[in-house]
Design a protein around this ligand. Structure first.
Ligand code: ADP
Ligand code: TRP
Length: 334
């Protein structure tokens, strides 16, 4: 365990995990846990930027924990923990804030987006979001961070803060964290069902892992298409391409080839494609959904996992924090 490289990633508990989260992130977590020293956490402090009620916060944390486990993250192999259970992170966040500059924080794309989306709540936590994320990563000296493309800039900032700290204190305490894509491939971007863009929690175009099969069928049957090909081998429109992208993710290559051929011969009936797609999504999500339901009922189990994870994460975090404090000069001479 000790000489393995370290992997760390987190998801905010702001809603149900969807196919995008699964194929873009969590599926890689599950594969990585065998080869790396892994930390996967629930970023509940980060979610406070949008002011959830205490009930929503608690329910969101429980849901993601149940979903992480249902997807196959093994608490014996990886360290699964809740961010707020590790106070060392907040301490490092305070230190790192002293070397993070207003100008660079204001220029971050995610800050500018959020400030536009919630103009009445442009809080300091939003501004320093990348600093807290850097603290999450650096406190465990993570080498790799598996995240989707949308998190690239935040990760670059984490590298910058690490480098700045190392330079300022003439140390090599923090390794520079790199993005990680499983198999060296580009991270998948799972499209939504609304014809454009990516599947997202707040986009209203998502299929959740927890979703009832009935609702999956309804959502897929309602997905945007076009009026159908009129010439053989016609390029696909974006909404149709998106359906094929989803099919490639959840169906067999034979099924994809079958519908591709029908499309290219102008014989495709989108209704048939959608029916197949819905059934193949359900085949994928059903076992996960059943495990989520089981896990949600077993609060004692969730509690044990969170406690074990908090202990392991705190041990690792405390070690780094001690080194950081010594380097900074919080060492008593009297
Ligand atoms: P959302 O965008 O739905 O709010 P998060 O921002 O919480 O999801 O993302 C959690 C993880 O899932 C991140 O690593 C992110 O890159 C990944 N992810 C989210 N949506 C997609 C998608 N449509 N395709 C691929 N990866 C995604
Ligand atoms: N910012 C990430 C997101 O919105 C969540 C996150 C917080 C994270 N801290 C992290 C991801 C550290 C990776 C590493 O999805």
């Amino acid at each position: 365990m000790t000489n393995k490289l370290t992997v760390l990633s987190g998801i905010r508990p702001t809603g149900y995990l969807h196919l995008g989260n699964y194929f873009g992130a969590v599926r890689s977590f599950v594969k990585m846990q065998h080869d790396y020293n892994c930390f996967f956490f629930i970023a509940d402090i980060h979610s406070l930027t949008t002011h959830p009620t205490p009930e929503n916060l608690q329910a969101g944390v429980k849901q993601v924990l149940a979903e992480y486990l249902a997807c196959g993250i093994d608490p014996e192999k990886a360290t699964i923990f809740i961010q707020s259970d590790v106070p060392e992170v907040s301490e490092l966040y305070a230190f790192l804030n002293m070397n993070a500059y207003l100008g660079e924080l204001e220029r971050t794309t995610s800050f500018k987006d959020k400030a536009r989306q919630q103009p009445d709540n442009v809080n300091a936590g939003l501004l320093t979001y990348p600093v807290l994320m850097a603290a999450d990563i650096l406190i465990h000296k993570a080498n790799f961070v598996p995240v989707g493309k949308d998190q690239e800039q935040n990760l670059e900032m984490a590298r910058k803060f690490a480098q700045r700290f190392n330079y300022m204190y003439k140390t090599e305490l923090f390794p520079l964290p790199k993005p990680y894509t499983f198999d060296g491939k580009d991270m998948i971007k799972v499209p939504g069902l609304d014809g454009s863009g990516k599947m997202g929690k707040s986009e209203g175009n998502a299929i959740n892992l927890y979703e009832d099969p009935k609702d999956i069928r309804k959502k897929v049957m309602r997905a945007v298409t076009d009026s159908g090909p009129t010439e053989p081998n016609q390029p696909k429109s974006e909404p149709v391409e998106n359906l094929f992208t989803l099919l490639k993710i959840v169906s067999t290559p034979d099924t994809v080839a079958h519908f591709d051929a029908l499309y290219n011969n102008c014989e495709i009936r989108y209704g048939d494609l959608k029916k197949q797609l819905a059934e193949d999504i359900i085949a994928y999500t059903s076992p996960i959904r059943e495990r989520i339901i089981e896990n949600l009922k077993d609060e004692a189990y969730l509690g044990r996992v969170a406690k074990l994870g908090a202990e392991k994460a705190r041990e690792s975090a405390a070690r780094t924090l001690q080194e950081v404090k010594e380097v900074i000069g919080f060492k008593r001479l009297f």
